[in-house]
Design a protein around this ligand. Structure first.
Ligand code: PMP
Ligand code: GLN
Length: 392
């Protein structure tokens, strides 16, 4: 019986993040692969969560999330993007961005629907679309080239991929893994596109508070037309150096939220109460969100400057806690093989960008690029750089 059990996701194994973290552990490598900080959340936040437990916030939270956290999210989003979400009917606290994305895809897409992904795309979208019975249609960004060493999105190409079956376009800015952010011109292009093709936008903004060089994070919900079509998803994991807390949220118009909550209530029902109470209090009482970009910009610059003394060429990162390195000087080959080699031989783990494409072994997925995570103590970054200087 078990031998003949049909798989719903026959091509799916462990994620590249799990795989590279396991290899890093095995090789005692410095793990600049999977994206997580090697420093703790703020003391005041840990105290707020601990006190929430001690004060008895230990039973089920309401299905949609604790009211005080939804209120804090509403006021944060309003001040960031000028869009007012109803606490009652438009904001849901989720088990990380992951659950918000999965619940949204399961609730909002149907068998026969197409969902557009922009490649390179974070690994959870395509399997979630498949579980919903819909089909992922992937539109590649233009890869970096010598005269313009950055990924670029061609919105005309995105529009050309739309068909009458297209239900949704998935966006992820600041972008994992390229670090790209949205510019006003991108929002203009999206507005024109949504005007012609009124599809849903699933906007994964997990890195919303990490944008560099004085730029603000631009969300589609900052434009009223786009907000009507958007499910905004985010996470407190990156914002509070607490990826293990798995607490996030999604905001969407009431009729969309109603559907998302139908799935949310039967997958997790509600999210850890003391986490919610602690985060709500911390958001009310502290102002650390505005420092985060500066904090990460210093780390980005430390890593990028140090890399100049290695054979890896850093690409510019506009946001997130990742940067890409061009490995052309090390020869050709699959990015995955190089990532494994660097982990084993030099002791630094990374993530091959090819893992963010449908088939990581194809030439179109391999641009000799690796992703490095700089959410690490300066000492960790320096130690990794020392190892990378020995690369030949
Ligand atoms: N989206 C992106 C782009 C991510 O990088 C991640 C995880 N780092 C997630 C979603 C998942 O976030 P969470 O850990 O809150 O589920
Ligand atoms: N989002 C994290 C990254 O991109 C990984 C999260 C996970 O391991 N699922 O590295």
């Amino acid at each position: 019986m078990l031998n003949t059990l049909p798989s719903k996701l026959p091509d799916v194994g462990s994620t590249i993040f799990t795989e590279m973290s396991a290899l890093a552990l095995e090789c005692r490598a410095i793990n600049l692969g999977q994206g997580f900080p090697d420093y703790p959340p703020p003391d005041a936040l840990i105290r707020a969560v601990s006190e929430a437990m001690a004060q008895g916030h230990n039973q089920y939270a309401p299905m949609a999330g604790l009211l005080q956290l939804r209120e804090a999210i509403a006021s944060k989003v309003q001040s960031q993007h000028g869009h007012a979400y109803s606490v009652e009917s438009e904001i849901t606290v989720t088990a990380g961005a992951t659950e918000a994305l999965m619940s949204s895809l399961l609730a909002l897409t149907h068998p026969g629907d197409e969902v557009l992904l922009i490649d390179p795309a974070y690994d959870l979208y395509a399997p979630s679309i498949r579980l919903a019975g819909a089909e992922a249609v992937r539109v590649p960004m233009r890869p970096p080239r010598k005269d313009d060493p950055a990924f670029r999105i061609d919105w005309n190409r995105v529009e050309a991929a739309m068909t009458p079956r297209t239900r949704m376009l998935v966006l992820n800015f600041p972008h994992n893994p390229t670090g790209l952010t949205l510019k006003p011109e991108d929002l203009d292009a999206l507005e024109a596109l949504i005007d012609r093709h009124p599809v849903l936008l699933l906007s994964d903004e997990a890195y919303e508070h990490i944008v560099f060089d004085g730029c603000a994070h631009l969300s589609p919900v900052s434009r009223p037309l786009l907000a009507e079509h958007t499910v905004l998803v985010s996470s407190f994991g990156k914002t509070f150096h607490a990826t293990g807390w798995k607490t996030g949220y999604c905001c969407a118009p009431a009729h969309v939220t109603r559907e998302i909550r139908k799935v949310h209530q039967f997958t997790v029902f509600s999210v850890s109460t003391p986490m919610q109470a602690g985060i709500a209090r911390y958001l009310r009482e502290s102002d650390t969100l505005s420092d985060l970009s500066g904090f990460y910009q210093k780390k980005r610059d430390r890593l990028a400057t140090g890399l100049k003394e290695t054979r890896l060429r850093p690409l510019h990162s506009e946001g997130t806690f990742f940067l890409l390195v061009d490995t052309a000087a090390l020869g050709t080959g699959l990015e995955k093989e190089l990532a494994v080699r660097l982990t084993r031989e030099v002791g630094v783990a990374s993530i091959p960008v090819s893992a963010f494409y449908a088939d990581p072994a194809r030439p179109e997925a391999n641009h000799q690029l690796l992703r490095l995570c700089f959410a690490k103590l300066d000492a960790t970054l320096d130690q990794a750089l020392e190892r990378l200087r020995g690369l030949n």
